[in-house]
Design a protein around this ligand. Structure first.
Ligand code: OFO
Length: 168
C-alpha cells in the first residue's frame, strides 16, 4: 500500500509527465508549421515517450493499491522564435523533470518505501539519457547555426526517430 504522501507525489509527477507530452506535442505542431517535418516527427516520438512515462507511473500507483487523481494539464507555449529556442526549452524542461524525480526519490527514501525507490530508479536512469540526447542534439543544431543545409540534414535524421516502448 502506498502512503498518502507518496500517492499524491506520484500523481503530481503523472501530471508533470502529461504536461511534458503536451509541451512536445505543441513543439511538434510548431515544426510542422515551419516545414521541419523531421523535427515534427522527433517531437511526436518524444510525446509518445512522455505518455509512456505517465502511464508507467499510473500503472504503478494502481498496482500498489493507490488511487489516481488527474489534474488540469498545463497548456504549452503557442509560439517559438526558432529551433534553438525550442531545444533550449526542452533541455531546461528535462532538467526540471530530473529535479522533480530526484525529489520524489528523496521522499520515498524518507518514507522508507523501498519498492517506490526501486521503481523510480528506472526514471533516474531515463533522465540521464533524456538530458544527454537533448544536449547532443542542441549542440548539433547550434553547430549549424540553426539553419541552412546543416539544419536540413539534421531534420532528415530526426525523421528517422521512432519511439519503441521498452520491455517491462
Ligand atoms: Fe518523462 O522525461 Fe521527459 O519530461
Amino acid at each position: 500500500m502506498l502512503s498518502k504522501k507518496i500517492e499524491q507525489a506520484i500523481n503530481k509527477q503523472i501530471n508533470a509527465e502529461l504536461a511534458s507530452a503536451y509541451l512536445y506535442l505543441g513543439m511538434s505542431a510548431y515544426f510542422n508549421e515551419v516545414s521541419l517535418v523531421g523535427f515534427a516527427n522527433w517531437m511526436r516520438a518524444q510525446y509518445d515517450e512522455e505518455l509512456f512515462h505517465a502511464m508507467k507511473m499510473y500503472d504503478y500507483v494502481l498496482e500498489r493499491g493507490g488511487n489516481i487523481s488527474l489534474d488540469t494539464v498545463q497548456a504549452p507555449p503557442q509560439a517559438w522564435n526558432n529551433i534553438i529556442e525550442v531545444f533550449e526549452a526542452v533541455l531546461a524542461h528535462e532538467q526540471k523533470i530530473t529535479q522533480s524525480i530526484n525529489r520524489l526519490v528523496t521522499l520515498a527514501m524518507s518514507e522508507q518505501d523501498h519498492a517506490t525507490v526501486n521503481f523510480l530508479q528506472w526514471f533516474v536512469d531515463e533522465q540521464v539519457e533524456e538530458e544527454a540526447s537533448v544536449s547532443e542534439l542542441l549542440a548539433q543544431i547550434k553547430l549549424v547555426g540553426g539553419q541552412g543545409s546543416g539544419l536540413f540534414m539534421l531534420d532528415r535524421e530526426a525523421a528517422q526517430r521512432k519511439f519503441i516502448q521498452p520491455a517491462e
